[in-house]
Design a protein. Structure first.
Length: 365
């Protein structure tokens, strides 16, 4: 039994044993204390009756028989919570657990997403730069529970449970977990259908390119509007290194039925190892040399005078002028309002559906 409808376990805590060593003067390890605090907050303070947190405090790992038990628990869990540390990154078994969660959920339409929220919680108990995060954790929001100052390279140790920073972060973690479990429960009892057995295998595959910070709210809104009308391919970056990123971008565009690019007066995140290049510009530039259908959007209200960065202004001007001279039916540079672009994206998705899908729909009307 669990609080979240349709699951046997609400939260699976994945952690390194080395992070749960009982220190002198303590009666329990840090991870055990964290589990107790989390359970108390969710059950006592938020009133989540029937909550089930799966936590291996019996040392089951390493036995083939118990591996199957742990994997089954992971596959039936609503939230996979990683206590992300240097020890975690160095543990082959922890990475195996994370791989089990990802591999199982990739089989399903929504994967690990519930709307715009991820069922994978990345709780940082060491100071680890995002470029060093495992690929599975890329793009997740990190809950900081270590004592290293921001933007430093200090190692970072788990916060004491009595620390004000611990209390503040735990409040946010509890709220996010509760909201996600409630949202996930509302999707039940409708069955979660494996992609291979569902019409979603015929849905268009969309690559939504990286954007400047100013466009992140619009990108999020666009994702919500697309909903289950398409399969959203993994975001880029990561990887962050120039050569690895370009290779991954090419592979992603090969898979995509459509790529979508949102541009404004800001160039976006710069790429290490590529002088004066940003991820949004690299992504937009790549589609000009490929057959992948693409929609490149700029607000109809954007004027050249709005762009402070002369280099970005020049790049955007040349990009738009090149489009005006190209005869490529799959490449569309669009200047319109946000709502008009959303409508255009939805119309394009409808056109990208296989003929067999449309025929089935017509025969049923």
């Amino acid at each position: 039994m669990a609080y979240t409808a349709g699951y046997d376990c609400d939260i699976f805590i994945s952690y390194s044993r080395d992070d749960n060593v009982v220190l002198p003067g303590e009666t329990a390890g840090w991870v055990t204390q964290f589990r107790d605090y989390l359970e108390n907050w969710l059950v006592k303070r938020r009133g989540l009756k029937g909550l089930n947190i799966w936590f291996d405090d019996q040392g089951l790992r390493g036995s083939t028989a118990f591996d199957a038990e742990i994997q089954q628990a992971i596959e039936k869990t609503a939230i996979f919570l990683v206590l992300h540390s240097h020890n975690y990154q160095g543990s082959a078994y922890c990475r195996k657990e994370l791989g089990w969660f990802m591999a199982h959920n990739r089989r399903f339409r929504n994967g690990i997403m519930v709307g715009n929220d991820s069922r994978l919680f990345n709780v940082l108990i060491s100071n680890i730069h995002h470029q060093q995060w495992p690929e599975e954790l890329a793009g997740t929001v990190g809950f900081k529970l270590h004592d290293a100052p921001d933007k430093t390279t200090q190692f970072g140790y788990p916060l004491a449970m009595q620390a004000a920073a611990f209390d503040k972060t735990m409040r946010q973690l509890v709220e996010d977990a509760t909201d996600l479990m409630d949202a996930l429960g509302k999707q039940m009892p409708a069955p979660v259908v494996p992609i291979a057995e569902d019409a979603s295998s015929e849905l268009p595959r969309i690559f939504l390119a990286d954007v400047a910070d100013t466009l992140k709210p619009f990108r999020k809104r666009l994702l919500a509007e697309i909903g289950d009308k398409a399969i959203i391919l993994p975001s880029l970056p990561p990887p962050y290194a120039a050569s690895e990123h370009q290779q991954k971008l090419a592979e992603t565009l090969e898979q995509a039925s459509l790529s979508i690019h949102l541009l404004d007066q800001w160039g976006g995140r710069e790429i290490d190892g590529m002088a004066d290049m940003t991820f949004p510009r690299l992504h937009a530039g790549a589609v000009r040399q490929r057959a992948t259908p693409s929609l490149v959007w700029v607000a109809d209200t954007l004027q050249a005078a709005d762009i402070e960065d002369e280099q970005h202004a020049h790049w955007l001007y040349e990009y738009e002028m090149e489009h005006a001279q190209r005869d490529a039916s799959g490449f569309h540079f669009v200047r319109n309002s946000r709502q008009a672009f959303i409508d255009q994206v939805l119309q394009t998705l409808e056109q990208l559906k296989p003929a067999s899908t449309l025929a089935c729909r017509n025969s049923s009307t």
